[in-house]
Design a protein around this ligand. Structure first.
Ligand code: ADP
Length: 355
């Protein structure tokens, strides 16, 4: 099957020797919404720019709909890019800004006008169509940037931190619009962000990157449930990480680790040496069920927000961990800092990985 986008062992080393991206492999299906997520400097924008053609690749291949576009200039690729600062021409009107991409492609005037009118209508921009781009609000500029990106009917829309310049409220509104728009148009979106909530809330799959390497490619839920590397376990959600040595399997086929906090069973490869337990997997009292792992500790702090209790618990090895209780908030309410507490965890919620 042909994918909309395929990166094969893509790498980028800048002329000054900076290795920005290494061995990036990715297959994206038509209509998927994929986010590149990671801390600043991890190589997200470089990868996006390589897909757009604004940056040469040093190694590998980039295929769009099965065609190798690695050596094709940006304007000949079926992609559009939306930049964080929108890169609008301030003195040009909304209409001229939107038409710009079509001008580059050398479309006949009548066809161009028709396409521009249609997108202006679709984005509800008719009343601003003749206004200069620098006389518009941030949210309006954002929409024009999107309209300009979409008017050329790209196969893939590339978005580089497109909501970064907006305040929190507007960001939420435009996030929703973006998701609806993507569903409606069925266009593949590749979205770069360093904001977790944005990546996890908007995308079908997230590519987590660190130091130029892909750490994990998963649907958002899987990043929480089954982090694949120590970096992801520390970066996403709130996990307790316990190191240990391989120690056989349970009759149910779970893999075990021997750790300073006892034997821990979970899902993972037999060679694993690290257990990851999400904060929300811990139960206080006996609500964890039969077969649960148990950890003894002392409560050091708690905050109850509605039906969620955020507890801090010091374990036997003196580390303090975060525990998030949903089911047993009544039990959490009864606890006072300084009291001993037993935490139960269903081994099914534990992920074992190799460090
Ligand atoms: P991100 O988008 O995740 O913040 P970038 O892709 O912008 O990361 O950068 C990845 C790495 O490449 C960083 O170390 C950055 O300093 C470096 N880098 C980016 N652009 C250039 C450039 N033109 N020349 C040299 N190094 C660069």
């Amino acid at each position: 099957m042909t994918h909309d986008l395929e990166l094969i062992q893509v790498g980028k080393t800048y002329p000054d020797g900076t290795v920005a991206v290494s061995d990036f492999d990715l297959k994206v299906e038509k209509g998927e919404f994929v986010a590149f997520l990671g801390p600043s400097g991890c190589g997200k924008s470089t990868t996006l720019r390589m897909i757009a053609g604004f940056e040469d690749i040093t190694n590998g291949e980039i295929l769009i709909k099965g065609r190798d576009v690695s050596r094709i200039p940006p304007e000949k690729r079926p992609t559009s890019m939306i930049f964080q600062n929108y890169a609008l021409f301030p003195h040009m009107s909304v209409r001229q800004n939107i038409a710009f991409g079509l001008d580059i492609k050398g479309l006949p005037k009548s066809e161009k006008d028709q396409k521009v009118d249609r997108i202006i209508d679709m984005f509800d921009l008719t009343e601003f169509a003749d206004r200069r781009a620098d006389r518009l609000s941030g949210g309006q500029r954002q929409r024009i940037a999107l309209a300009r990106g979409l008017v050329v009917e790209p196969e893939i829309l590339l978005l580089d931190e497109p909501l970064g310049a907006l305040d929190a409220n507007l960001r939420r509104i435009i996030q929703n619009e973006l998701k609806l728009l993507q569903r409606e148009l069925g266009i593949t979106f590749i979205f770069v962000t360093h904001a977790q909530s944005e990546a996890l809330g908007l995308s079908d799959r997230v590519v987590v990157m660190s130091n130029g390497l892909v750490e994990q490619i998963s649907p958002p839920k899987e990043l929480y449930r089954r982090p694949a590397s120590p970096f992801v376990a520390q970066f996403i959600g709130s996990n307790t990480i316990i190191e240990g040595k391989p120690d056989g399997t349970t009759p149910e086929g779970l893999v075990c680790l021997s750790t300073p906090l006892g034997r821990i069973a979970g899902h993972g490869a037999p060679t694993s040496d690290m257990a990851i337990i999400p904060a929300e997997a811990f139960r206080i009292d006996d609500s964890a069920g039969p077969g649960a792992l148990h950890f003894e500790g002392t409560l050091t702090g708690k905050t109850l927000v509605g039906s969620v209790g955020h507890l801090r618990v010091r374990l036997a090895d003196d580390r303090e961990i975060e525990v998030e209780t949903h089911a047993d908030t009544d039990a959490a309410r009864a606890l006072t800092p300084g009291t001993p507490v037993t935490l139960g965890v269903d081994p099914g919620a534990v992920t074992l990985i190799h460090s």
